[in-house]
Ligand binder design. Structure first.
Ligand code: PRP
Length: 212
């Protein structure tokens, strides 16, 4: 039976595939995926492509043995305990951002738009501020531009989206990177295979010059 991996599609997928390949896993199917979602080219690992927030759903349910997902999602879902290895890719950071008109000292209760309400709540609690949080699903940068919110909490990698929308960083929150997460039963069932994979991934990191 193959070991099943739920891989976060998109940015994480792009950055993780070279690492998986350098670990000896056949990713030719993922590289030429079209609209396919299941990849069984490799004799040992079967990979499925899913949205980040769904990785732990598949993992907790036992449908997959391993997951590859950003720490932003794990922290938002309060599920950091499953992380076995920091893959060192998909590095970005959480920021508080807004237009140049934003006043971080404003007296009125702030409205913050985000895809990460739990992380946002924890951040403002940590600085002793009570804010209203509006959850949105994507293109969060729009919110302060069209008057939905005073500011946003979001992840930024290259800074391009902020820059191209004339948004500024007002506070740096925690850094983000991609993690390998493991189903607890799978750790016991596939101890040797998972240990080998982790060791191969660490060697691949060294080979590709990725700092974990
Ligand atoms: C994330 C984030 C920003 C963007 C930042 O969105 O929400 O919009 O990436 O990246 P940058 O600093 O390199 O420009 P994502 O691409 O995951 O898409 P989404 O807005 O659909 O969630």
């Amino acid at each position: 039976m193959a070991i099943k991996i739920a891989l976060t599609k998109g940015r994480v997928e792009e950055q993780v595939v070279p690492l998986l390949e350098a670990s000896g896993i056949d990713c030719s199917g993922i590289r030429n995926k079209g609209r396919r979602l299941i990849f069984d080219e490799d004799p040992v690992y079967e990979t499925i492509l899913v949205k980040g927030p769904d990785v732990l759903t598949y993992l907790n349910n036992g449908s997959v043995h391993l997951g590859i997902v950003g720490s932003d999602i794990l922290e938002e879902q309060n599920n950091t305990q499953y992380a076995m290895l920091d893959l060192g890719v998909g590095r970005c950071r959480f920021v508080l951002a807004s237009t140049s008109q934003f006043d971080p000292q404003q007296v009125r209760r702030k409205i913050i738009a985000t895809k990460y309400p739990n992380i946002t709540k924890r951040y403002f609690q940590s600085i002793g501020e009570d804010v209203e949080i509006i959850r949105i699903e994507g293109s969060v940068e729009l919110a302060p531009l069209i008057g939905l919110a005073d500011a946003i909490v979001d992840i930024t990698e290259t800074g391009t989206t902020l820059r191209e929308n004339n948004l500024h960083v007002y506070a740096e929150l925690q850094p983000v990177s991609t993690k390998l997460v493991v189903n607890r039963l799978a750790v016991k069932q596939y101890q040797t295979e998972i240990r080998t994979l982790i060791s191969n991934l660490k060697n691949a990191q060294t080979k590709l010059g990725v700092n974990a």
